[in-house]
Each structure stands twice: as structure tokens, then as C-alpha cells.
Design a protein around this ligand. Sequence first.
Ligand code: ACO
Length: 379
Amino acid sequence: MGDTTITTTTEPEIRKGLAGVYADYTAVSKVNAETNSLLYRGYPVQELAANCSFEQVAYLLWHGELPTATQLEELQHVERSFRSLDPEIKQVIDILPTSAHPMDVLRTAVSAIGALDPHADDSSVESNLAKSVQLLAQIPAVVAYDQRRRHGLDIIEPNDELSYAENFLYVTFGEVPDKVVVDAFNVSLILYAEHSFNASTFTARVITSTLSDLYSAVVGGIGALKGPLHGGANEAVMHIFDEIGTADKAADWLAGALAEKRKIMGFGHRVYKNGDSRVPTMKASLDTLVEYYQRPDLAELYDNLEEAMTGGKNIKPNLDYPSGPAYHLMGFDTPTFTPLFVAARITGWTAHIMEQLAANSLIRPLSAYNGVDERHLER
Ligand code: ACO
């Protein structure tokens, strides 16, 4: 069936950027800007971050309930069994120049993983869950492979004795850091895991709504997340810190940037106008890392820029503001920050893909035409 033509005599209401539009229901998470809260399947994200492993939260997002000990063991067993990259995927990565942005490398690798999967078009829940766990396990391998090859370092094979967060750090840096670092990384993954109909999740749902496959939806999600108005902001925060240099220059730098009408990355949010519910939890983790790595200079720069931004335009930080410097302190390359966001958000994206499929309706909004009036070819 073709498009349904809707003729209307009244001017249609346009909501640019779909701001304030409810596109569908979701049971995966609830963002409440008024109460400044975020619930994953009913649980406050702060409680999950303080008490759970990222694997437990992944299970919760996919299945709707936290795992029992046996269910967690099963998930860990399967996730750990998928951690190594196939030689074909390594070849695909090796073809790409080391100058390629890690998000482009990751997008290409996920696309290749999908092309190699003979069950890519099987959209049953069982198959999509299996694909979700496989991607969860392989994204760290791709990210670490790429960071290490860019530095000319040997590739490290995964260790299936380690938790997800520990193994991610191990394959990237060659050792498991102290618990304080692992815990901060685990917290960041939980906070980044899910956030309702954000741009990348909505992209994944649009692709899924055409009955395309899970890999295509995830590749689209990665593309949407790369932009600096969305996930690319955590990387952009670090570029801003580099540009400012030292804490004493933050206020002047900000005045100049705002005079040039620049958007200050890591600040503002489409939904939260009174502060991002995830920031206090991530800021607490950043504080422990600042203490651990003895970097009060970084904390001072962070505070001064935030003070100048909230004091002036009263625009508050979003999650990318504390997570950018936290990933920097952990030792990740700046361009690797957004792929770390992917490693977490793969859980939310895939939960939404499965939810979309369970009650699908093609996502196809209308547009109001404002081009030239009807005209005809001169013959
Ligand atoms: N820097 C400077 N001004 C800002 C910023 C910012 N970061 N954010 C909002 N504003 C200003 C806008 O210029 C606008 O001012 P005006 O009314 O004088 O024109 C006003 O605040 C309202 O902002 P909008 O752009 O209308 O808000 P919107 O909801 O469309 O944008 C967005 C939200 C895209 C996140 C915006 O705040 C932004 O660009 N922030 C920087 C990028 C960023 O940090 N993105 C990460 C998002 S969170 C995440 O992905 C985890």
C-alpha cells in the first residue's frame, strides 16, 4: 500500500526536532524531567549504579527483571564466550586507516559482524537476544583493538575470568587497574546504558520499524550517536578542556565562545532543563578518580567552567560533562570516548529494538510542504 494522502485546510502544527512529541510507549526506562529522575524498568539508575554490575543492568534492560544468580551466571558465560573477534573482523579493521575515527571503525565492524551472521535476518526474540549479547561482548574487543593498533601496540586477547568492565580495561591497557577505576568505569557504563527515545535509540527504532535487521538498526544508532549534539559530546568536552588549558582561563574562554555563538559541549539537554539526573552520580565517580590520579587541576577546570556556564546562561551539565574527563583519567584516547558510550548503549538500543518489534508500527511521520507551487514542464 502506498502513502496515505492527508489533505488539510488548516496549517499543520510543526514540532521542530519532534520536541515535546510522544512517539510511542516504552517500558524500558522512564525519564522524568520534573522530578529529575531516571528509572530503568522501574529502578532508579542511582541505585543500580551503586549496587549492580553492568552485566546485571544489561540483563534487566533486556528481560525486565534483575537476574537471579543462575541467570547472571548464564549471561556471563555466554558473553565471555563471544569476546574474541573473528579473523575476518580483524581484517576489516586492518583495512581501515589508523586515522579513521574510532566511531567509523566501530560502525564498520558492527556492519561486518552482521554481514557474517547467517542468522542476521532472524528477528525472533531468541535470535535477537543472542545477537545483543554477542555485540555486547565484541564491541570492547573492537574498541580496544582499534585504540591499540593506533598506538602500534600488540593486541591483547580477552580474559574470560574477568567481569565485563575489568576485561574491557584489560584488553585496552594490558592490565586490570585498581578497583576504584573499575568501579568508576562500571558506573559510567550503567549511566550510559539507556535513556528512552534519545536520538540514537529513536534512529534504531525507526530502522527496526521497517522490519530491517538488528545489526542495521545498531549501525544506524552508532551513526546518530556520533554527532556532537548527542554522544560525540563526551569527546568534545575534552577538546574544550584542551582548548581552555588551565582553570584560571575558563571564564574568559567561555565568554569568548558564547560571544561567537558556540554551543558548549557537555551542557544542556533536550529533556532535562534543570539538570541531568545522571550527573551527580558520575561526578562522584569523577571525584574519586581525581583523587586517585592526583589531578586537582582537572577538577578545578571542571568546576570553573561549570560555574561560569551555570552562572551566566544557567545551562546545566549533562552526563557527557563528567564522563569525558573521567575517561581521560582512565587513560582512554579522546576519540575513543564515544565508542565507550556505544558499548553501554548497545543494551538500551537492543532492548528498544526488541520492544519495537513486539508491537511494531512503521514509523513514518508527515511533512508539511513549503516548496514552490505546482508547475509543469514547458513543451
Ligand atoms: N551551549 C550554549 N548554549 C546552549 C547550549 C549549550 N550547550 N545548550 C542550549 N543552549 C541554548 C541555546 O542556544 C538556546 O538559546 P536561545 O534560546 O538563546 O537560542 C537555548 O539554550 C535552548 O537550547 P536549544 O538548542 O533549543 O535546546 P535543545 O533542546 O534543542 O538542545 C542540546 C539540546 C542539543 C543537547 C543542546 O543543549 C546542545 O547543543 N548541547 C551541547 C551538546 C551536548 O552536550 N550534547 C549532549 C546531550 S546529552 C547526551 O547525549 C548524554
